[in-house]
Design a protein around this ligand. Sequence first.
Ligand SMILES: CC(C)(COP(=O)(O)OP(=O)(O)OC[C@H]1O[C@@H](n2cnc3c(N)ncnc32)[C@H](O)[C@@H]1OP(=O)(O)O)[C@@H](O)C(=O)NCCC(=O)NCCS
Length: 140
Amino acid sequence: MWSATLQTVWDDLPPDERGHLDRAAWERHFRKKIEAFVEGDRTERWVAEGPSREFLGYLILGESGFLTPETNAFVYDIWVAPEFRGRGIGKALVEWASEWARSRGHRKIKLEVGEGNARARHVYEALGFRSERRYMGKPL
Ligand SMILES: CC(C)(COP(=O)(O)OP(=O)(O)OC[C@H]1O[C@@H](n2cnc3c(N)ncnc32)[C@H](O)[C@@H]1OP(=O)(O)O)[C@@H](O)C(=O)NCCC(=O)NCCS
């Protein structure tokens, strides 16, 4: 889970920022920041398994709330093993998370995705997620 999460975030970094980073140093820095989320202290971790208990993928789900007093469910990470992608597992994990969050009383589920991550964006949009805010950046 750790290596997949770090790889996903690394791949989603804006290329102009990634270009200045040393991968090993960045991992040491970022591990500390996300430890409570990946280790499950602040999140629920759901694993998808196949019929022979093969590891298909996972989803890390927690809460977040900044703009309003009401917290919402938040998908911190989702990952499907490359050999099992394109079979509906990603969508099933997100639908599972949405249902779980609804049953816990949440009225909304949110997530963040890199602009360049077309496959993930497709999955989310197909399930009804819509862009609400946009991070913007300009190299100086
Ligand atoms: C994003 C991810 C979880 C999706 O998992 P998955 O099991 O392949 O997803 P599904 O099979 O449910 O759906 C894939 C959809 O993407 C579509 N797709 C595949 N490649 C695509 C691309 N390059 N651009 C747009 N859509 C694409 C497929 O056609 C399919 O949509 P459809 O069912 O409407 O035809 C998986 O690709 C992954 O683990 N990626 C690396 C980690 C990652 O980026 N996580 C997201 C972090 S925000």
